[in-house]
Write a protein that binds this ligand. Structure first.
Ligand SMILES: Cc1cc2nc3c(=O)[nH]c(=O)nc-3n(C[C@H](O)[C@H](O)[C@H](O)COP(=O)(O)OP(=O)(O)OC[C@H]3O[C@@H](n4cnc5c(N)ncnc54)[C@H](O)[C@@H]3O)c2cc1C
Length: 377
């Protein structure tokens, strides 16, 4: 008998396993794929972290706590998991990215700078902003290494006694009506525990089917481009992470160059996605998909519009309002679940782990999660 069975050991699940094990819980973690796999939502080398949250100021207290917990993980594991190289949120006046970031910075009094186009060109010569472009600069923004973080969290969980089983998919789960106990079935065994946490990423629609949540997996493309000429302007310290909302609203992001052979990573935030079945994901990246991103780089970061060195595909799990779902099961208080994606969840993994561990152990959390309620749909 375990205290908690945890389904999914990806971005969220590995953080939850680490948090529960550090609280002394007897944890069984079950993962359908291999350790550190690239079949879900958390691979691709980097994930943005930022504070002036354009999506909603309500995320700011959570992200500030997430930073503290990422730093604690770095200290405890002696690993560099975050690179705080500075970040730009770019757009025209009135754009969601710019105005939303300014609002969050103002509401939460975050240390940020507003930079106009001319100054942007001077400070970040790799960028080619239009005259109307304005940016919010945040020195504490940067990126996390999700592969390194997942590995560190799984190691820490195992060191604290968690039992972690890979390539063992959960095929069904059931909860006793009384609020005590769960049974989970895999092809190998049936397991029992007092509590169940579901963190299945893009497989949430299958595992939470009876709840009828409007969760939609979406195929996303990642590309890495070789800088033309000198690579120096693209190294962390010279090149910030950025989210850029051009006039047509096709927001895209870039990360600094971390491995020269791989190139500079660029992805669209929302444009170019397609609904997908996580078990039949088309992993080939078409030339027109690469060309679509290259067109924006040609206009806004011209030295990156050359050779595409690598591509990958990954999945979002979207909600209609693009906010997360994190909740207790409405009929079974011993079951909690999280679908914190819609393309922006990874940076919160450490604080979401704290929330899910609270829900599983106390049935409640001090963190503000009302906006993530499953009852809102
Ligand atoms: C291209 C791209 C760019 C992104 N950029 C950012 C960014 O810059 N910043 C940011 O904060 N976020 C970003 N995100 C979002 C972020 O990556 C996700 O929010 C996060 O990875 C979701 O983690 P997860 O644990 O829910 O999913 P996953 O990491 O996929 O984990 C779910 C796990 O559950 C397992 N599983 C599923 N079903 C079962 C089952 N039945 N039995 C056992 N195991 C099961 C899966 O195999 C998987 O390992 C991005 C996402 C993508 C795709």
């Amino acid at each position: 008998m375990y205290d908690v069975i945890l389904v999914g050991l990806g971005g969220m699940g590995s953080a939850v396993a680490c948090e529960l094990a550090r609280r002394g819980k007897r944890v069984l973690g079950l993962e359908r794929h291999a350790r550190g796999h690239d079949r879900g939502s958390s691979h691709g080398g980097s994930r943005l972290i930022r504070q002036a949250y354009f999506e909603d100021p309500a995320y700011v207290p959570l992200v500030l706590r997430a930073y503290e917990l990422w730093e604690r993980l770095e200290r405890e594991t002696n690993k560099d998991l975050m690179t705080l190289c500075g970040g730009l949120m770019l757009g025209q006046r009135g754009s969601r990215v710019l105005e939303g970031s300014l609002l969050s910075a103002q509401v939460h009094d975050l240390p940020c700078e507003v930079i106009e186009a001319e100054e942007l060109r001077r400070r970040f010569p790799a960028l080619a902003p239009t005259r109307e472009t304005v940016a919010l600069y945040e020195a504490s923004a940067g990126f996390i290494d999700p592969g390194g973080a997942i590995d560190a969290q799984l190691d820490r969980a195992a060191n604290h006694g968690a039992e972690l089983r890979f390539e063992e998919p959960v095929v069904s789960w059931e909860a006793a009506g009384s609020g005590d106990g769960v049974r989970v079935e895999t092809p190998a065994a049936v397991y029992e525990a007092e509590r169940l946490i579901l963190a299945p990423g893009a497989w949430a629609p299958a595992l939470l089917a009876e709840m009828g949540l409007p969760l939609e997996p979406e195929r996303r493309v990642i590309c890495w481009f070789e800088p033309e000429g000198d690579a120096e302007p693209f190294l962390p310290g010279n090149f910030p992470v950025f989210i850029w909302e051009p006039e047509d609203g096709n927001t895209f992001t870039c990360f600094p160059l971390v491995a020269e052979k791989r190139g500079v990573k660029s992805v669209f935030f929302r444009a170019g996605g397609a609904p997908c079945d996580p078990d039949a994901l088309d992993r080939r990246v078409r030339e027109d998909e690469i060309e679509f991103i290259r067109g924006y780089l040609d206009r806004y970061v011209p030295a990156l519009a050359g050779r595409c060195l690598a591509t990958d595909v990954c999945m979002y799990t979207n909600t209609p309002d693009e906010h997360f779902v994190i909740d207790l099961h409405p009929d079974h208080p011993q079951v909690s679940f999280a679908s914190p994606c819609s393309g922006h969840g990874y940076k919160f993994a450490t604080v979401i782990a704290e929330i899910l561990a609270d829900l599983a152990t106390d049935g409640a959390t001090r963190h503000p999660i009302e906006m993530f309620s499953s009852r809102r749909f």
